[in-house]
Ligand binder design. Structure first.
Ligand code: GLU
Length: 305
């Protein structure tokens, strides 16, 4: 496996040069566009890796499945689905999803910003600080890393350049989809996006989702199997923004990307994969990362289709 990862890494490195590092959050512009790393955790617990896989970066939208999981654990699927739908929007992650009709919960899903912002309100807790701490606790458990914390510089950068997310949150509020204080909810969302991870952490989260809610090796259950089905299904249809259809054809597994260059991929019953390659395509997905996953999927017959 290591040899295969090394070979694919070298083959895919040139693709990173065709992408661009996100800069709409100024702190993210510091990412090295040439970085490329991959980490795989198999269902039997074997770890394999290559490249810049211990480089730290912020989780960004890869936190969305964890927000969804925490909301599902706290409320159950029926209530969560009433508040945020499950259909692909076919639009970018930060689209203003309101047309002629008033915005309703069926027009958003947990993998776009509007849905993820509502997810913050569905986490149980006496304060938003407590809600965020519970989310961080779940992230640490899923990632198998108790040291995980927030990148303060990225958090401040997101907070002070978050006009679009504020617009989305106020739109949710004016349509009755968000009751709490916009600033408090967004603070939780910005901090969630700024959680610092590496490829190993993403692979571990993917491995738990692929293992239907059980930790690799110890087999300890973190969440019930039906919730893995719920999350993986939404990752398959909506996880790669408005590039999810093409990703389903090219790679064929549930996955979530983030604008810092991370991708967490779930190969049901087989493995979790963590990727880091911050140069993005026009849809905000890691360019080298998708190419590497495509090659890996071909080599190991990973597509579920
Ligand atoms: N924090 C980013 C935002 O809300 C996350 C976007 C992403 O990774 O898709 O704009």
């Amino acid at each position: 496996m290591e040899e295969l990862l090394e070979r694919l890494l070298e083959e895919c490195r040139p693709a990173t040069g065709q992408g661009r590092v996100a800069d709409y959050i100024p702190e993210l512009a510091k990412g090295n566009p040439e970085a490329l790393g991959v980490y795989v955790i198999g269902s039997e617990g074997k770890h394999s890796w290559a490249g810049d896989c211990r480089q730290k970066f912020t989780i960004q939208s890869v936190v969305k499945p964890i927000l969804l999981l925490q909301a599902l654990l706290d409320n159950g699927p029926d209530l969560v689905q009433k508040r945020v739908g499950v259909e692909a929007t076919g639009k970018p992650f930060d689209a203003i999803n309101a047309g002629e009709r008033a915005l309703d919960s069926g027009h958003i899903n947990p993998m776009v910003n509007m849905g993820a912002i509502v997810m913050c309100t569905l986490i149980r807790g006496g304060s938003y600080e407590e809600r965020f701490q519970r989310l961080l606790g779940l992230t640490r458990q899923l990632a198998g890393d108790n040291e995980i914390g927030v990148d303060e510089a990225v958090y401040q950068s997101e907070k002070s350049h978050g006009s679009k997310n504020r617009a989305l949150a106020y739109l949710l509020k004016s349509n009755g989809l968000l009751e709490d204080s916009v600033e408090e909810v967004l603070d939780c969302y910005f901090r969630a996006c700024s959680i610092q991870v590496d490829c190993r952490a993403l692979a571990h989260i993917g491995a738990v989702l692929s293992n239907r809610g059980r930790l690799p090796v110890s087999n300890e259950r973190v969440f019930p199997a039906p919730l893995a089905r719920y999350v993986n299904a939404i990752l398959m249809t909506c996880g790669m923004y408005d590039g999810s259809g093409e990703f389903a054809i090219r790679v064929g597994v549930p996955a979530k990307s983030g604008v810092a260059g991370g991708i967490m991929a779930v190969v049901p019953t087989r493995m979790g994969i963590g990727i880091y390659a911050p140069a993005l395509d026009q849809k905000g997905n890691s360019l080298g990362g998708i190419q590497l996953l495509e090659q890996l999927s071909k080599a190991l017959y990973l597509s579920i289709f």
